[in-house]
Design a binder for this molecule. Sequence first.
Ligand code: PCA
Length: 201
Amino acid sequence: MRILITGFEPFGGEQINPSLEAVRRLESQIATAEIIKLPLPVVFQKSVEQLISAIEAEQPDAVICVGQAGGVSGITVERIAVNLMDASIADNEGYQPEDMPVLAGGPNAYFSSLPVKKIVQRIKEGGLPAFLSNSAGTYVCNNLMYGLLHHIEQNDPAVRGGFIHVPYIPEQVLDKPGKASMALDDIVRAIGIAVRAATED
Ligand code: PCA
């Protein structure tokens, strides 16, 4: 089994993005799965294009995209991607869409095809906070998740795909009173647990 895992570059004035740091640190083999890692730019269109190119080149059995959700207090497993771009800040190439569809005429939403509840449960059993989320936002992460699930549905519905948001890591919140964080080692462990859960059935 081959699993493609993506992380995002830093954005929004941050020096690092814990999603990319965590993906870089993953083992290259987890349980029965060979892990293929892909860094993505925080750019609406380009991130989807680069993801789809990698899917076509690598033919993975599952795709797990990971991004930062600054302020969340646990691993946040996304259930739904919506057909909406409404950015409160510009992406890393200056694009800031407002009230626009990801895909004109596309379905309003796609559901993750990862076993989202099992992933949440397993991460909690591993002693780390994890939550099921019904909104991946309306920024680049939601856009990527929608683009991924649309591509899968159109081209290879057997592929499992979904999105996981991760908290800040402690060094990012030194000057952000009240903002939650999680140690990078714990984020790496949680993603590993998610991969194992996704390989099971
Ligand atoms: N988080 C942003 C985009 C890149 C990232 O890591 C988001 O939640 O949309």
